[in-house]
Design a protein around this ligand. Sequence first.
Ligand code: ATP
Length: 507
Amino acid sequence: MAANEDLFKKITSHAKEYGFVFPSSEIYDGLSAVYDYGPFGVELKNNIREYWWKSMVQYHENIVGIDAAIFMHPTVWKASGHVDAFSDPMIDNKDSKKRYRADVLIEDHIQKIEDKIQKEVDKAKQRFGEAFDEKMYRETNPRLLENQSRIDTIKKRFYGSFTDNNLADVKLLIDELGIVCPVSGTKNWTEVRYFNLMFSTQMGSVNEDTNMIYLRPETAQGIFVNFLNVMKSARMKIPFGIAQTGKAFRNEIVARQFLFRMREFEQMEMQYFVQPGTELKEFEYWKTERMKWHTSLGIPATKYRFHDHDKLAHYANAATDIEFEFPIGFKELEGIHSRTNFDLSAHQTYSGKKLQYFDQESGESFVPYVIETSIGLDRTFLAVLSHGYREEKLEDGSERVVLGLPSFLAPVKLAILPLIKKDGLPEKARVIMDILKYRYRCFYEEKDTIGRRYRRMDAIGTPYCITIDHQTLQDNTVTIRDRDTMLQDRITVDGISDIVREKIKAV
Ligand code: ATP
């Protein structure tokens, strides 16, 4: 197993063992790609959401929030294009009964040829040493050239068939390439079909006319349809933003990467309404702002990169992803898109309502352009968790697992621990707990040796442990232990709050 896959597995089981994330309905063997957050997970998730909300809504005077319902009028999804185009091409293997995304099967096949090329290049590099000219080698080696031309031919055919919606040709290509099912090893494939990712359900009782409605696949449409209500009621002037966090649902075909690809997940989105013509400047502004936000989580900038889209959706005039280096590689964490006036115009057409902004200065009305920032809360959770997870060998030869979470996001800020369970120490610890718990999320524990309790707090990322010992009873001082350095200081009980407040400030 690759080292990183191994790490990913460790993080997944750590998350379960320490009450961060559980498989949904686990006693019934779980539900694929659906997860529940446990006692510490929910705190971390709430803290990330709150930090995002503050950064977007509280710190920007021209951004306000909403909380739209998950159920929306079915025509919303017709107007947004989701009914007709929010789909992936799928194919089933008749022997294994496994379902795959046809585009992913072909991309994986291309990747295998690319890996072959890379292997040859690496081998040659070793053979020739310093003198190796990689560019020339790639341009002249016949075997490499042949493989590269195979890739080019496949890509051309593949993109062409998708653009022409020619799914029969996609199937033909899979046959011609001899792609086999990774599970059964056979080429016994069904036809390729489009599979809409939206979940649907019925609204209304059996006696009434029932209506098919969808579970929203993104939160953004709740913002677009409320554009007028928000603008009028909150007296917003362009440029202004509307932010929202909430659940979204997608019936993902390939969903087996823990929190990275879920069927029920949470998004944090902001739509920024601007004057047409200013959108590319605003797009650049939000690119920079959002990257700053990510690095303010205490994660180094090298773990992030932009991935600008070469192929833009028909309604976008600029788009980029912020990718994060997860244990499974660099993958999308947030999308930033300049969506022109596509969504508002479509809703204007379908609803027959004018969705425009009246500019008092010029006396003109227009449909605003939109910059969207759309980030997955669960993927951010996974980024923070996987970056924070570390296994340490200590000087005395023992080992510990630490979640090096930024203190301001940690589920528990302070552990209150009486050294032993007698001599009046628990009673004194309770007094301290009662003072501090109204300010910080604290955790009281008196069971087990102090060393074990420290380890448990390290494993859930608690930045500080307060220990109440016999000296506390004499001079009202306690020890405060730092999670990362494991060093302890002696401080007065009255000073705890100030010290902790200073230490857990957002970066
Ligand atoms: P991907 O290409 O990975 O499927 P996407 O481009 O479809 O993602 P968007 O529609 O731009 O994603 O959604 C915005 C954000 O929502 C993504 O950047 C991601 O963080 C999050 N997200 C999307 N799909 C999922 C999912 N199935 N599980 C968890 N988070 C998701």
